[in-house]
Design a protein around this ligand. Structure first.
Ligand code: FUB
Length: 326
């Protein structure tokens, strides 16, 4: 699969999480809508209200089934507004959606919803995960069956309002020469509903072994964490936000530190860029979104898939974001 292909022409979808459950490919995206809210740095224009789940037997040529609305903001007891990026996981016969949502005080947290089937419907817990904040959960299952959640996002994602997992009075990014804010990682409890530990910083180091600086906008973490394992190495990938790149860093364990490697996807049409990396059968794929089909309306995004390939040394071959003709 050389060319990127749009996956869901009939619905605006973004922020993909893709998993193979019971031999079938399941896609858990955000569902973009025309909110009518003017664009701002707070992301108010991303006013999403529900999730659909999609599945297929063959990601390259198969028909995609839309399983309809599997979770609606009106059914989440603690909901305020804005159902942003989510991820899904499976353990002991149950399926979990982890989602970003603002509470009634307009503060982002991460919630969990549970189902007996990957295609839902999902029922949300009464409260968000204790100690969770900010956005963009990614749940990675390691080979020993442990699950780790990565999360966080700057600006509208509110990560700058926290230090050491506590809300601070004046939430600003550090000065340019200080260390950048990090994505967070915490192991989940056996029942998949809580953090089993205090979230830790996902440190990204430069080639000198120094943490990336806050002013290093073309490399520092902004949002959209994803973790995958390739040849026994842990690959932490993320968006640089205001420089619109998808980058990655490699580490030896799920907590890192991770060493910055390079750009995986150059900028796409639209402000946000967000992805996941999934192995399906014997190939690796990059799922991401762009705003090309909506004519550049950055809050109306469309999901794409393209094959992801590695060099012999384990580095990822950079994909061009704006080459698709579909
Ligand atoms: O979809 C809303 C937000 O846009 C996501 O949570 C971010 O990662 C960005 O894609």
């Amino acid at each position: 699969m050389q060319q990127a292909k749009y996956l869901i022409p009939d619905l605006y979808t973004a922020d993909p999480a893709v998993h193979v459950f019971n031999g079938k490919v399941f896609i858990f995206p955000s569902h973009d809508v025309e909110s009518g809210i003017p664009e701002n740095d707070n992301g108010d224009h991303f006013d999403m209200r529900d999730y659909h789940v999609f599945s297929t037997d063959d990601i390259e040529n198969g028909v995609l089934t839309d399983h309809g609305v599997v979770l609606d903001v009106k059914d989440i007891p603690w909901a305020g507004r804005q159902l942003w990026d989510s991820d899904a996981a499976h353990k002991n016969g149950k399926y979990y959606i982890y989602f970003s949502l603002k509470d009634k005080n307009d503060v982002f947290h991460i919630g969990v919803a549970i189902s007996e089937n990957p295609e839902g419907p999902y029922k949300a817990q009464d409260a968000p995960i204790k100690g969770s904040y900010s956005i963009d959960p990614c749940v990675f299952e390691d080979e020993d069956g442990s699950h780790y959640m990565y999360f966080g996002g700057l600006w509208g994602g509110q990560l700058q309002r926290y230090r050491n997992n506590k809300a601070i009075e004046v939430g600003q990014e550090p000065a340019d020469e200080e260390s950048a804010l990090c994505s967070k990682v915490a192991k989940l409890t056996e029942n998949m509903l809580e953090f089993s530990e205090e979230p830790r910083d996902v440190l990204i180091l430069d080639e000198q072994g120094e943490p990336l600086k806050a002013g290093d906008h073309s490399r520092r973490f902004f949002e959209a964490s994803w973790l995958h394992k390739y040849n026994d190495k842990y690959y932490f990938s993320y968006s640089t936000g205001n420089t619109h790149l998808l980058c990655y860093a490699i580490g030896d364990n799920p907590y890192g530190p991770f060493t910055y490697q390079g750009v995986m996807l150059t900028p796409v049409v639209g402000w946000t860029t967000h992805h996941c990396i999934t192995k399906i059968k014997d190939k690796w794929y990059l799922f991401h979104h762009d705003s090309q089909p909506s004519g550049g309306r950055t809050w109306l995004r469309s999901l794409k898939v393209v094959e992801l390939t590695y060099n012999a040394d384990g580095t990822i071959k950079t994909i061009q974001g704006q080459v698709s003709e579909n």
